[in-house]
Every structure is written in C-alpha cells, then in structure tokens.
Design a protein around this ligand. Structure first.
Ligand code: FES
Length: 156
C-alpha cells in the first residue's frame, strides 16, 4: 500500500485516539475508507495504538461486516435465505464457486469478482436470487450463472 493511502489511516487514528474503546470505530472507518481492512493497516493500528494484532483480528473475524480481502469490482451476493435455499440457492452458489474458483469472502485474482452469501435479498418471490452489485437476478437456473458472469467479465 502506498504512503499516501496509509496517510488516510493516520488521519483516522488521530481522530479516534482520544476516545476510549475506540478500536471498533476505527475499524469501521477503515472499512468505509478502503472497502476492506488491508493487513498493513491492521498492523499499523496495532503498532500505533499498542493493541495486540491478535486482538484486532479477533474483532475483525467476529463481526461479519468486516472484509479482510479487497472487494472485487463486482460483488456477487448469492441468497441462501429459506425461500432461495429451497429453490436451489446452494446449487447456484456452488456453480458460482466452480466458475470463479473462489469461496465466499474471496475475490478473484483479477480483482473483478467478490463472492458472498446472504440471508435474504428482500425479493423472495423471485427465488432463487443473486445480486451483482445492486442488480438483482431472479428465477435463476444453474445454467444462467455462466451467462451472468461472462456478461460482467466482458464489460470489465
Ligand atoms: S430468501 Fe432469497 S430473497 Fe429472500
């Protein structure tokens, strides 16, 4: 990470330093700033605030909100809520994994796709459903997945 990017971390640390119990607020602001928690930033927080790195990762892994890898350009959210699950959501998820060779919480090497599973996207009537960034794809069949992914690959 470049020095300029790390300067943002300095500003966030300065802002929260006087506040007691500031770790969670700092991590939230780092996540909002970078879109994830870069490892070098986690190490810097540890050094600057004298908080053991293990403690920082304990917090990061406890809360689902924090991402530990850089999010891809396209976030694929596969719904595994009850309605979607009953209509084959798990098969849709494994098809996405097979095509992209990543697991949930990971980004493809080219930085294009990030994969996550979610509990409900609020459109159960269209189940099974996935979202790519904010666009919803419903009534999916396993065979639709490859077309959706290639559409975004071509756009990139
Ligand atoms: S359960 Fe999938 S959209 Fe609600």
């Amino acid at each position: 990470m470049e020095a300029a990017a790390l300067e943002k971390t300095d500003a966030i640390l300065e802002k929260w330093r006087p506040q007691k119990g500031n770790l969670i607020m700092i991590l939230h602001e780092i996540e909002d700033t970078y879109g994830y928690i870069p490892p070098e930033v986690a190490r810097k927080i540890s050094r600057d605030l004298a908080i053991p790195l293990a403690r920082i990762y304990e917090v990061l892994t406890f809360y689902h909100y924090f991402k530990l890898t850089r999010p891809g350009k396209y976030k694929i959210s596969v719904c595994l809520g009850t309605a979607c699950y009953l209509k084959g959501g798990a098969e849709i998820l494994s098809e996405v994994k097979n095509i992209l060779h990543i697991k949930e919480g990971q980004t493809t090497e080219d930085g294009l796709f990030y994969l996550e599973s979610v509990r409900c996207l609020g459109c159960c009537g269209l189940s099974p459903v996935i979202a790519v960034n904010d666009k919803i794809y419903g009534n999916l069949k396993k065979s639709d997945v490859v077309d959706i992914i290639s559409k975004y690959s071509k756009e990139a």
